[in-house]
Structures are given as structure tokens and as C-alpha cells.
Design a protein around this ligand. Structure first.
Ligand code: PLP
Length: 374
């Protein structure tokens, strides 16, 4: 069989085998609806309770602050619209120009309905500085939403400082932590955030499931109305197997955070060191403080789309940027925001290593790039 090197873990990750095994009984045997009062539902109810506890512990939250959703997109939509539509004399929202489209398009939607939205400019390392937030925030600001780590270039934001500024001005703080949870330490109490979005398939859990952390006391409008599930804020029969898989995957990643991070950092360093020994002209985008193993590279006078397909022919899976942006051949909004020069920006690819990659993968990808670019 042809080799396959998967280096697009920021797009999605391989399911953790223990998570898969834990899910199986809830698909085949314990298929009861958790809302029913009979004994057959008891095990399912317990599985939901246990999963909520496991997830809460991983991010230092309380179990009743974890609300299950269908993934990062839904969590982001709920956070933005749920705050925009709650009752309050304040109206304005502040976000940044490097957010995922789940946040950006939710903001654009509420903007069309009359909510003023400011988009903070990121600096050249794709960092939103506390100083820039201080310049934009007013006593009218209701919500500040800044991602924990950027999905294209990996830059990690100063969330604790940004959150403190929001709170000093009486605003609620949301962070899209989809790229961070399960990869770097995330402690909602230490950061002080009010809302946090996460998605299971980014941390070796199943697709189509995630959660929104809502700090106790945060006034947020319901997202789905119907039954009483998720404290009557997000109605709908729970996807029990997926939720169980998410909890086990997160627990495994959090228990091995240092080990996994060490491995992917070693692979990343080997990759960069080998590439810098070639005569290929490239730059690395983003900040030195970034998600381990996430590398955004721009090659001079190259075409990112062409690179992706040529690497694909060699059995190597990478991305041109955000997975959801890769149908577009234009320079991404993140590269535009960080003012990447055109001669490099057009030749951008994102390589993101995960816990199932090896040092050998770094060598194979560099050899592939030499073959294509030399
Ligand atoms: N937010 C960020 C930062 C992401 O990287 C993604 C996925 O790429 C999402 C939100 C959307 O998550 P999901 O795929 O679970 O809807």
C-alpha cells in the first residue's frame, strides 16, 4: 500500500482507540434515550454524568458548566448569538480579524441585526495585544470574543490578560479554544473566561460533538428550544456515544499533555531544522508561542494549492491554511491580517503534527518538498 503521512491534525485528528471502544456499547447495547425514566436509561444517564465530570475536570470547570453541542461551530454560534440576544443595556461586541469563520460569520450576522461589532487587528505574529483591546473597549461592550489559538498559524493569545481587560470594563469574555483544548493546558478558572468553545474531533475524539463551557451565572440566551436537555438551554436528544468518546479522548490527551507536546515539538523542530538546511526559500508565519506541531510555512513565489496537490501525490496530507478555507485560492483572511507579503503568502501551507506522527514523517515531508520545489 502507498504510504500515507497525515500532517493535517489542525483540520481533524485520528480517533483515539480507547475513545472508540468506549463509544461502542452506547451504539449497540445501551441505546436508550437518556430522558426516559425506566431502568434501561439509567446507564446512559450515568454515562452522560460521568462524561460531563471528566470533561469539567480536564479544564478545571464544574460539571454543570459543561453544555454538550455538535462541535466548535455550534459552540461559537451559541456563544456569540446567545450573548448578543440576551437582555442587557450594553450592545457592542469586540472580536478579532483572525478568528475562525464560525465566530466571524456569527458576528457578521448579529451586526446585520444592528449590533455594533469591532474587529481588532492582529499584529504580524497573529497576536491580539492587550493594548489594542484597551483602545477599543468601552462601557458599551457586552462581549469580547478572542480565540485561544489561531487555526492557521497556531499563535497562542494572551487570554488571561485579554479576559481581565474585558472584566475590568464589565464585559463578558468568550474564547474559541477549539485548537487549544487537549493540546495545551486549559484552565478556565485560571484564565477567568466566561465562555469557552471546544470540539472533540480536534483532540482525537469523534466528529460532530463538542461543548460550550458557560461559567455559572453567565446570562446567555438558549440556543435550541424544545426539550429540557442541557439545562433547557440546548434541547435535543443527546448523542451519547459521541459524548462518551469525547470525554475519553480528552482525558487521554490531558493525561498525556506533556508527553504529546514534547513529541510534536521534537517533530516540528526536526522538520524546521531539515528544511532550513535546504536551498528552499521559506518563512514561518505566526508567533514563537504557538500550538506545538502547528507550522504555517510560506514558500517564495510558490503556489500553496499546487504544493498541497503535489504532496498529496506523494501520499502526504497537509493543508493550504484553514480546512474550511482550502476551497478558496485567495490569500486567507489570517495571512492578510498579519500582512504577509504576496510573493510568500500565495505559497503557504499548514503542516500540523499530532500524537500519531513520528520523527520519520518530518524527514519524508522535507524530502517531498525538496522534490517539488528544487
Ligand atoms: N474554531 C476553530 C479555531 C477551528 O479551528 C474550527 C475547525 O476548524 C472550528 C472553530 C469549527 O469546529 P468544528 O469543526 O467542530 O465545527
Amino acid at each position: 500500500m502507498k504510504q500515507m503521512i497525515y500532517a493535517d491534525n489542525a483540520a481533524t485528528t485520528k480517533l483515539d482507540i480507547e475513545a472508540f471502544e468506549a463509544m461502542k456499547p452506547y451504539l449497540l447495547e445501551d441505546y436508550a434515550n437518556a430522558s426516559q425514566p425506566y431502568s434501561f436509561s439509567r446507564g446512559v444517564k450515568k454515562a452522560l454524568k460521568d462524561s460531563r465530570e471528566i470533561i469539567a475536570k480536564c479544564i478545571n470547570a464544574e460539571p454543570d458548566e459543561i453544555y454538550f453541542t455538535s462541535g466548535g461551530t455550534e459552540s461559537d454560534n451559541w456563544a456569540i448569538k446567545g450573548i448578543a440576544y440576551n437582555d442587557s443595556s450594553r450592545k457592542a461586541i469586540i472580536t478579532s480579524n483572525i478568528e475562525h469563520h464560525a465566530v466571524l460569520n456569527s458576528c457578521r450576522q448579529v451586526e446585520r441585526l444592528g449590533v455594533p461589532v469591532a474587529y481588532l487587528p492582529a499584529n504580524e505574529e497573529a497576536i491580539i495585544s492587550p493594548e489594542i483591546l484597551k483602545q477599543f473597549i468601552t462601557k458599551q461592550t457586552k462581549l469580547v470574543s478572542i480565540m485561544m489559538a489561531n487555526n492557521e498559524v497556531g499563535s497562542i493569545q494572551p487570554i488571561k490578560e485579554l479576559c481581565a481587560i474585558a472584566h475590568d470594563n464589565g464585559a463578558i469574555f468568550h474564547t474559541d479554544a477549539v485548537q487549544a483544548v487537549g493540546h495545551i493546558p486549559v484552565d478556565v478558572k485560571a484564565f477567568g473566561v466566561d465562555l469557552l468553545s471546544a470540539s472533540a474531533h480536534k483532540f482525537n475524539g469523534p466528529k460532530g460533538v463538542g461543548f460550550l463551557y458557560i461559567k455559572k451565572g453567565t446570562k446567555i440566551a438558549e440556543h435550541e428550544i424544545g426539550g429540557h436537555q442541557e439545562q433547557a438551554l440546548r434541547a435535543g436528544t443527546e448523542n451519547v456515544a459521541a459524548i462518551v468518546g469525547m470525554a475519553i479522548a480528552l482525558k487521554n490527551n490531558c493525561n498525556n499533555l506533556a508527553k504529546n507536546s514534547e513529541l510534536v515539538t521534537e517533530i516540528e523542530n526536526k522538520f524546521k531544522s531539515l528544511l532550513s538546511k535546504t536551498n528552499i526559500d521559506f518563512i514561518v508565519n505566526g508567533s514563537k508561542v504557538h500550538i506545538p506541531g502547528n507550522i504555517s510555512l510560506s514558500f517564495k513565489n510558490a503556489d500553496g494549492e499546487m504544493l498541497l496537490h503535489r504532496l498529496d501525490l506523494l501520499g502526504i496530507m497537509v493543508s493550504t491554511g484553514a480546512a474550511c478555507d482550502s476551497k478558496s485560492t485567495q490569500i486567507s483572511h489570517v495571512l492578510q491580517a498579519i500582512k504577509a507579503s504576496e510573493e510568500y503568502a500565495k505559497g503557504t501551507i499548514r503542516i500540523s503534527f499530532g500524537k500519531y506522527n513520528s520523527l520519520k514523517d518530518a524527514e519524508i515531508i522535507v524530502n517531498g518538498l525538496i522534490q517539488i520545489l528544487s
